[in-house]
Design a protein around this ligand. Structure first.
Ligand code: GTP
Ligand code: MG
Length: 221
């Protein structure tokens, strides 16, 4: 018995934010379910892959680009950002200066990367992560005001914010699910529409370069 055709989407996701905010820890927790208090600053960029059975018909391959906080003033981010479809901006809730970095990272993203032209372009969806929330619970840092954060996200074009802890494994899956959901929705809306409009082989090729999706197979495993 054959089920519905399987679609596979490859999404490149950037993880950026100031030095030591927990980008690598969040990715390691999300992909390998481990946490360490040892701090080894990322040099340049690291990669991780997570494959998700998103729905019976959709497999999402998340390619996570773990970008060093110290690259902020470097000129490599334009290269790293190329063809990304979404991003997390991470700050450390116990260090207010890392929150100041958030708007700079968002501007850096908006000025250097856009959704594929086939999807009509525009800014990639960006999710804000207020990380190390376990330390807030221990009384470090200022408690977060949710209404202020909602307003901040609206004013600065963030899709949503989440309070996360790589240490306690809190809210990381939820944040990732939100970002994937947002990208899948854009892909399904704009991808199909535009592909139908522009029935051209070179465009199909170009699209597969971005998303590496194909139909076939026999449904869900
Ligand atoms: P760079 O690669 O230098 O930009 O840093 P990074 O953002 O990748 O930070 P990293 O994940 O290496 O974490 C920095 C330090 O913060 C490490 O000592 C981690 O153990 C710690 N850390 C990360 N996330 C959390 C968290 O949720 N809670 C607590 N308590 N500590 C955390
Ligand atoms: Mg790192």
């Amino acid at each position: 018995m054959t089920g519905p055709p399987t679609r596979e989407y490859l999404y490149k996701i950037l993880v950026v934010g100031d030095l030591g905010t927990g980008k690598t820890s969040i990715i390691r927790r999300y992909v390998h379910n481990i946490f360490s208090t040892n701090y080894k600053s990322t040099i340049g960029v690291d990669f991780a892959l997570k494959v998700i059975q998103w729905s019976p018909e959709i497999i999402v391959r998340l390619q996570l680009w773990d970008i060093a906080g110290q690259e902020r003033f470097g000129n490599m981010t334009r290269v790293y950002y190329k063809e990304a479809l979404g991003a997390f901006v991470v700050y450390d809730v116990t260090r207010p200066q890392t929150f100041e970095g958030v708007t700079k990272w968002k501007q850096d993203l908006d000025s250097k990367v856009a959704l594929p032209e086939l999807w009509g372009g525009g800014n990639i969806p960006v999710v804000l992560l207020a990380n190390k929330s376990d330390l807030l619970q221990e009384g470090h840092g200022q408690p977060i005001n949710p209404l202020e954060m909602d307003q901040f996200c609206q004013d600065n074009g963030f899709s949503k914010w989440f309070e996360t802890s790589a240490k306690d494994n809190s809210n990381i899956d939820e944040a990732a699910r939100h970002l994937i959901q947002t990208i899948v929705a854009i892909e399904e809306e704009r991808g199909t529409l535009l592909t139908d409009d522009l029935d051209n082989d070179s465009i199909h090729l170009d699209q597969s370069k971005h998303h590496d999706h194909y139909s076939g197979g026999s449904g869900c495993c």
